[in-house]
Write a protein that binds this ligand. Structure first.
Ligand code: DQA
Length: 317
């Protein structure tokens, strides 16, 4: 997914914003900020200490500064303190560049998580369950007001809930496809036109991007005549959280175990494409060592093969 904005987690204390935020940022391979932890680091004291020594008003001021800093970032998961929603300016800032996800939890779930935690200033004194229920009923309408998406965190393991949150973001962030062309494909339009067609690589790439965008993808294209550069690009797909790969490894198809291993290593669904039908050509082209690492292969359809490959990826991812 192309995480081009922040993912802001809001929800009541003890709903798991920090736990799920950390897991989600790992899963999506993006940065993570926990506003409460950040405040503690900045101030050199714990939240209960700040409340006790400086008071809630000062804490809220620091919290607003931290919101400003978080909102200036891009593509990070932000786990917010439970009360951040109390200040509309905080939410205006965080929403400006972020998708707000409300992590919804039942009072029982929250009690299970923090019933024994005496470090929560707002739950001190009196019956904790009663306090949770009354504070929650006050805050739920506010969480709902700001939420772009609501995800229930009650039920399921940490990994399952994290997957639920990630899945809920799928309609929001575009899926990323990387199209990789191998050696000599930069010579398309010049080389053996009867086999590879008359379009040059720029024209083919414009067509791929146009059709990929129509399919709802964000498309990146890359070409190299070097095996190592192709492997580096495949590995970059892993770190960039690319959702699908379309690769025409050119002649490397027939003998590069290193490219085959790189495709397998990144664990991203890949489709192999060839402009020509390699199975009707020279004997040495009949074998692809790279295709077994892919989910499928399209060949013989010219540049339309790239569109077929992207459609296949759309169905698969
Ligand atoms: C090709 C087929 C390969 O056999 C050849 O080496 C290429 C292009 C194709 O797109 O048809 O360079 O991958």
């Amino acid at each position: 997914m192309n995480i081009d904005r922040n993912i802001v987690l809001i929800g009541f204390m003890g709903c798991g914003k920090t736990t799920f935020g950390k897991k989600l940022s790992k899963k999506l391979r993006c940065g993570f900020i926990d506003t409460d932890r950040y405040i503690e680091l900045k101030e050199g004291m714990s939240i209960p200490q700040i409340f006790a020594e400086k008071g809630e008003k000062v804490f809220r001021q620091i919290e607003s500064q931290v919101c400003e800093e978080a909102a200036a970032k891009n593509g990070v998961v932000v786990a917010t303190g439970g009360g951040i929603i109390k200040n509309p300016e905080n939410m205006r800032l965080l929403k400006k560049n972020g998708v707000v996800v409300y992590l919804k939890a039942t009072p029982e779930h929250i009690y299970r998580n923090i019933g024994n935690d005496n470090g929560r200033p707002l739950l001190r004194g009196g019956d904790k369950m009663e306090k949770i229920t009354s504070l929650l009923s006050e805050r739920v309408p506010v969480y709902e007001k700001y939420a772009d998406i609501t995800v229930s965190v009650t039920g399921g393991t940490v990994n399952q809930v994290t997957d639920r949150i990630a899945n809920s973001l799928e309609g929001i962030f575009m899926k990323k496809i990387c199209v990789i062309h191998g050696p000599n494909l930069n010579f398309t339009g010049i080389r053996e036109k009867g086999i590879y067609g008359t379009k040059n690589l720029d024209e083919i790439n414009s067509y791929i991007i146009e059709e990929g965008t129509r399919l709802g993808f964000e498309v990146e294209v890359f070409q190299s005549n070097f095996e190592g550069a192709i492997i580096d690009r495949l590995q970059k797909c892993y770190y960039d959280n690319v959702d699908g790969i379309v690769i025409n490894p050119g002649a490397y198809t027939h003998y590069s175990y290193a490219i085959r291993d790189a495709i397998a290593s990144v664990q991203i669904p890949a489709v192999e494409v060839h402009l020509s039908n390699i199975h009707t050509r020279d004997e040495f082209r009949h074998k692809s060592v790279t295709a077994p690492a892919c989910i499928g292969q399209m060949c013989g359809f010219g540049e339309y093969g790239y569109v077929l490959a992207m459609s296949a990826l759309k169905m698969r991812i």
